[in-house]
Write a protein of this length. Structure first.
Length: 154
């Protein structure tokens, strides 16, 4: 006769597998807190990098303007053509203009698609300090220092 009752068989208590609902909710809450803190920082960093591209493009204009003005400080009515600079619109830089006289040239960098309203305008103003043969540049912008790269913060 076949015995279906096995005395050696022991039932194991219920073993939980996986996570409970409260554990999953705690993890989701922790991730939400981290994202709440990290997202604004990332957004500011992204805007700063886009404005940094404008300054990078402006460096070429600074170089050509400096070379032109060191050669002839009496030159007035500066333009992109007189400074020997050309510019093509980029994803974040709308336009660059060079104005003024060589004694105090002004480079204006107009940005777009940065993520700020209104779009930042960066102004680089040159000067020959103490009669030296080298132009020194001062950067100003119409946005908070928070969004500006280090070399342009006041």
């Amino acid at each position: 006769m076949y015995n279906t009752f096995n005395k050696n068989y022991q039932t194991r208590p219920y073993q939980a597998m996986g996570f409970t609902l409260i554990e999953l909710m705690i993890v989701v809450a922790i991730i939400a807190i981290i994202l709440t803190l990290a997202l604004p920082v990332y957004s500011n960093y992204s805007i700063r990098a886009k404005i940094g591209e404008g300054l990078s493009v402006g460096n070429a204009a600074k170089t050509s303007t400096s070379a032109t003005c060191v050669e002839d400080r009496t030159l007035t009515g500066l333009t992109l053509q007189k400074a020997g600079h050309s510019f093509t619109e980029s994803p974040y830089v709308n336009s660059i203009t060079i104005t003024g006289a060589c004694v105090a040239p002004v480079i204006t960098i107009t940005t777009h698609n940065i993520g700020l309203s209104p779009d930042p305008v960066i102004t680089l103003t040159g000067d020959f300090p103490d009669g030296s043969g080298r132009l020194a540049w001062v950067c100003t912008a119409n946005v908070a220092n928070l969004y500006l790269p280090k070399e342009c913060r006041s």
